[in-house]
Design a protein around this ligand. Structure first.
Ligand code: IMP
Ligand code: MG
Length: 184
């Protein structure tokens, strides 16, 4: 199956699964050190971050909890000033909790900055962002990132949880999608 997926992406990966896992291990160790004794709550935004979340929690050596949210940007695709619409809310009350938002890729930052404002209003004791990939070229909203994985170029990438039209999430490497796939 992986062979079929590989046909649609450029041959050289942006980052291989080995390169990705090295960074995940580094971030997991940093979180374990920084949050010792604080039982952090890791919150990830579905669906893209589910692969990163699964790998990250297994590199964290201290007790922690996790929860998931699903959101969509409010309004049309071209409108950037919309609110975050919650499709699936948290099961956990985050009041007084040390929250770490786990993201797949920080792109414009618009969705994430709205989410941060919303979670802050719920009374978290602290709030930090951990992102696997950072695409700084297209940033429109400023977001403070406590744990940053790998920087990626301004290209449409898939794999390691990231999709194009719900496909390619299961590709273990991060790859650039061939333009003919989305122009055909
Ligand atoms: P933004 O930071 O509000 O623009 O939203 C970032 C979200 O857009 C990410 O969480 C991904 O779900 C999605 N995204 C951004 N860039 C890519 C990409 O290159 N491939 C796949 N999904 C992407
Ligand atoms: Mg996402």
């Amino acid at each position: 199956m992986t062979e079929d997926l590989r046909r649609d992406v450029e041959e050289t990966a942006v980052y291989t699964k080995e390169e990705i896992h090295r960074e995940v291990a580094r971030m997991g160790a940093a979180i374990s050190r920084d949050y010792a004794g604080r039982n952090p709550l890791l919150i990830s935004v579905l669906k893209g971050a589910f692969v990163f979340m699964a790998d990250l929690v297994r590199e964290i050596t201290i007790p922690c909890e996790l929860d998931f949210m699903a959101v969509s940007s409010y309004g049309s695709g071209t409108e950037s000033s919309g609110r975050v619409r919650i499709l699936k809310d948290l099961d956990t009350n985050i009041e007084g909790r040390h929250v770490i938002i786990v993201e797949d890729v920080l792109d414009s930052g618009v969705t994430l900055s709205k989410l941060i404002t919303m979670l802050q209003s719920r009374g978290a004791a602290s709030l930090a962002v951990c992102t696997m990939f950072d695409k700084p070229a297209r940033r429109r909203a400023q977001v403070d990132v406590a744990y940053r994985g790998l920087t990626i170029p301004d290209a449409f990438v898939v794999g390691y949880g990231l999709d194009y039209a719900e496909k390619y999430r299961n590709l273990p490497d991060l790859c650039v999608l061939k333009p003919e796939v989305y122009t055909k």
